[in-house]
Design a binder for this molecule. Structure first.
Ligand code: ZN
Length: 443
């Protein structure tokens, strides 16, 4: 009899090597050899990016299968050995974890996943859930990875989701410069966007699909559907061997980490939030690179910061003045004696621009020159026309604004994995896909 079976894996990464998605890619072939059938693309679930003890990309993966009951033990053994062989245990912050769930995903586990993506949960909470739902788990060193392994199983991506096709390098090439032609990336981007996104940063002229580290990823292309990704992959000029490639389904580019809160006082450290407020102190540039301002509402006040890597986004932020009404998006950084609580800006929406005026003398009705004071309580005078206006007073003159009532997002290179790019607005999905395409991984 076939069993519904879920595998969650977290935290095999280190800055030096390894990548949790690669472990999943290796398992794709291995588990099919054991007679399992995939019921979904492997899922990459990005967790709360503001957790201070996160792994490099804070990514967990899950594999969803139909397996024969008698092969379950071999499936578990294969998973354990591939995770062990491919985890960088020389890095002391790597705490790989694997979780196995038989049967359907319980609603309570899905709730737990939402919390792991938006908030902070304890290892104790994860253990309680594992016990309640009979989820078997393996902790290869520490316990922290259990949270992500469970969250990957529980987040079934029923709402908005995207896809990523990831190609991996052969072992001999890892560590060397990735040979993916820049012009072919730009061409692929222009032909496939908006069905793909964040391929290239035009502001800094940087290829975004290739990482720079020692990890096995050659490139990863993100997009709205598997067909667009296959098409995009075919447009690349790649001058090195691809070991394997797999299409994943993910919460990349969905903003699923951001939670709307109704007041500034609810912005708690390490939580990604969306909150509205009034600009209480206009932007100032600190150390010549970062732009910081404050917002408030009836419940309190908080700083918001656009850091140097957000590039031209800072220009929009600098255009704010007191009393503008805004909605800020981003993770909350804990305050200290030296720095107040701060929202690290991922986006900003200008809801209402305040009127920006200065008090000036009016212009002369005859010649249009700016009038001058004629002396104390003497009204105003035009020196040229010799015109005296005893009752004239200074007037409010509206100054132009450099920003509009709209949404501002930093350039692609500054996006978090979870940040929804502008091109995805209006493309949000509300259902999981019905069927998988035939060729979702390399032969
Ligand atoms: Zn005049």
């Amino acid at each position: 009899m076939d069993l519904t079976f879920h595998i969650g894996i977290d935290d095999t990464d280190s800055p030096r090597m390894g990548c949790t998605t690669y472990v999943a890619a290796l398992l794709v072939g291995r588990l099919q050899d054991l007679g399992c059938r995939f019921t979904d693309y492997p899922n990459i679930v990005r967790l709360n990016p503001n957790i201070p003890w996160k792994t490099r990309g804070n990514a967990a993966v899950s594999l969803r299968l139909l397996c024969q009951e008698r092969s379950i033990d071999s499936v578990k053994e294969a998973t354990l050995s591939i995770v062990k062989e491919n985890s960088d245990l020389t890095y002391d912050k790597t705490d790989p974890a694997i979780a196995f769930l038989e049967g359907d995903v319980p609603a309570e586990l899905s709730e737990f996943s939402k919390k792991v993506i938006q908030d902070i949960v304890s290892v104790a909470e994860a253990k309680r859930l594992a016990a309640k739902f009979n989820i078997e788990f393996n902790l290869i060193r520490g316990e922290r990875g259990l949270i992500g392994a469970l969250a990957a199983i529980g987040e079934t991506l029923q709402g908005d989701h995207t896809y990523e096709i990831i190609a991996y390098r052969t072992p001999g090439n890892r560590g060397s410069k990735r040979r993916v032609d820049e012009r072919s990336v730009i061409q692929m981007d222009s032909k496939t966007n908006p069905l793909t996104f964040n391929n290239y940063d035009y502001e800094s002229k940087r290829v975004l699909i290739t990482p720079h580290g020692l990890d096995p990823i050659l490139y990863g292309i993100r997009g709205e559907n598997p067909e667009a990704l296959l098409q995009a992959q075919n447009m690349l000029t790649v001058d090195e061997e691809v070991e394997r490639w797999v299409i994943f389904r993910t919460n990349h580019g969905t903003d699923s980490h951001l939670r709307r809160i109704v007041s500034v006082s609810q912005a708690r450290p390490f939580r990604p939030v969306v909150v509205q407020g009034r600009v209480a102190a206009k932007p100032r540039t600190v150390t010549g690179r970062h732009v910081i301002f404050s917002i408030n509402d009836d419940t309190g006040r908080i700083d918001a910061a656009a850091y140097e890597p957000t590039g031209s986004f800072r220009k929009a932020v600098k255009g704010l003045i007191e009393d503008d009404v805004v909605e800020v998006y981003g993770g909350v950084r804990k305050g200290s004696a030296a720095y107040p609580r701060t929202v690290n800006l991922e986006k900003i929406r200008i809801l209402k621009l305040a009127e920006h005026t200065v008090l000036e003398n009016p212009r002369c009705p005859k010649c249009g020159r700016r009038m001058e004071s004629a002396g104390r309580e003497q009204g105003l005078r035009c020196r040229k026309c010799k015109l005296d206006m005893r009752d004239a007073k200074k007037v409010h003159v509206a100054l132009g604004r450099t920003i509009k009532e709209t949404l501002y997002i930093p350039p692609a290179k500054a996006h978090r994995h979870l940040t929804k790019p502008l091109s995805r607005y209006g493309r949000e999905k509300t259902n999981a896909p019905r069927s998988m395409i035939e060729n979702w991984h390399s032969p």
